[in-house]
Design a protein around this ligand. Structure first.
Ligand SMILES: Cc1cc2nc3c(=O)[nH]c(=O)nc-3n(C[C@H](O)[C@H](O)[C@H](O)COP(=O)(O)OP(=O)(O)OC[C@H]3O[C@@H](n4cnc5c(N)ncnc54)[C@H](O)[C@@H]3O)c2cc1C
Length: 321
């Protein structure tokens, strides 16, 4: 009864990287509880992806049906909850992505389970697992114990190294789907994907982010990002001003990133911004105010005008290639 069920995410005909981080979290729980890790893969025409996941040594349960074509939580949640019951899963988890945050609370409600969100790590021994999660924009780390028999969680992918392929693959099992499309109160209206040549913000090795200090001119930010092959991020001030798209926002109410290099230019370093990027391996701050709080967490700080410093940096990067 201590099996772990991880919900996979896919898009564009492939398993999303976030799934492999969630899988590693599931494997850590299984090591502590002595259970087995299973993966749920739901969608339409996804059966072929089952083998990609089974290569990680886990049993994959594939629910492949037209009603699951779009990630509508109302349709997916009952399938996952029924599967969790059938497998005797004591822990059900997923990555804390937009989809995971939407779906897992519904799964928890169906299972009468307590839930921990944005989990950073696990504690506890003797088979009992506790969940470490941030509170107050990451200023407090809470060690949470869930008292219900089944425990549901989402994990911050930046805190878990991705799972590794196993020598022996797991099995792939089909899952019957009985969800009646006509009973759903949620309908898929459309999907407007933002196409970009740049890497996805949460998966990029390098992020160059701009804030209010850009005064709405992101050309220098974008030019440095392109020279470095980086994704572009922004503070909420820049997003709220309407200068850049919503999905560029990094922080407590934006995306959480932990790239190898994070360049923050014209960003003061408010705690809500730091909550989304302070796990970055190397932080470079460019700010003309020497007292800006961002310098307290920066590995390298440059007191300079970003409109002069960034083009100079971009030119150096290009020259070194
Ligand atoms: C509930 C809540 C949630 C929030 N969530 C988020 C979130 O997810 N993400 C987020 O970012 N914020 C969030 N905020 C907002 C946050 O508190 C700050 O207001 C915001 O991060 C400030 O953005 P900024 O650093 O770009 O702007 P500012 O704080 O105005 O800083 C601008 C900086 O640019 C520097 N500067 C100006 N001109 C130049 C120049 N030419 N060259 C170099 N430097 C220059 C200035 O010295 C200054 O340090 C949230 C706030 C609340 C209350």
């Amino acid at each position: 009864m201590s099996n772990v069920l991880i919900v996979a995410e896919h898009g564009g005909g492939a398993i999303r990287k976030s799934t492999f981080h969630a899988l590693a979290a599931g494997q850590e729980i299984a090591r502590r509880t002595g259970g087995k890790v299973h993966v749920a893969l739901l969608g339409k025409g996804v059966s072929a992806l089952g083998a990609d996941l089974a290569a990680y040594g886990v049993d994959v349960h594939v629910a492949d049906a037209p009603v699951l074509e779009h990630p509508i939580a109302e349709a997916l949640a009952p399938v996952i909850a029924d599967l969790a019951k059938a497998l005797g899963a004591s822990h059900v988890g997923a990555a804390a992505t937009a989809q995971g945050k939407d779906l897992l609370p519904r799964v928890a409600a169906r299972l009468g389970a307590g839930m921990a969100t944005e989990v950073l790590g696990f504690g506890g021994d003797g088979g009992g697992v506790t969940f470490r999660r941030p509170m107050w924009a990451g200023n407090v780390l809470a060690e949470v114990e869930i008292a219900t028999p089944v425990k549901v969680f989402t994990v911050r992918t930046t805190e878990f190294a991705p799972a590794q392929k196993a020598a022996a693959p797991g099995a792939v099992h089909p899952v019957p789907v009985t969800v009646d499309a006509s009973s759903l109160r949620t309908r898929h209206a459309g999907f407007r994907e933002v196409k970009s040549e740049r890497p996805e913000l949460t998966e990029a090795r390098i992020v160059v982010a701009g804030g209010r200090g850009t005064k709405g001119d992101f050309k220098a930010i974008e030019a440095l990002a392109d020279a470095l092959g980086a994704a572009v991020g922004a503070s909420r001030a820049a997003v709220d001003a309407g200068w850049v798209p919503n999905d560029w926002q990094v922080g407590q109410t934006g995306k959480v990133v932990a790239p190898e290099l994070y360049v923050a230019a014209g960003i003061s370093g408010a705690i809500q911004h730091l909550a989304g990027m302070k796990g970055s391996k190397v932080i470079v701050a460019v700010n003309k105010d020497p007292d800006a709080p961002i310098f307290q967490i920066a590995d390298y700080g440059l007191v300079a005008d970003l409109f002069q410093a960034l083009p100079a940096l971009a030119a150096k990067v290009k020259a070194s290639r």
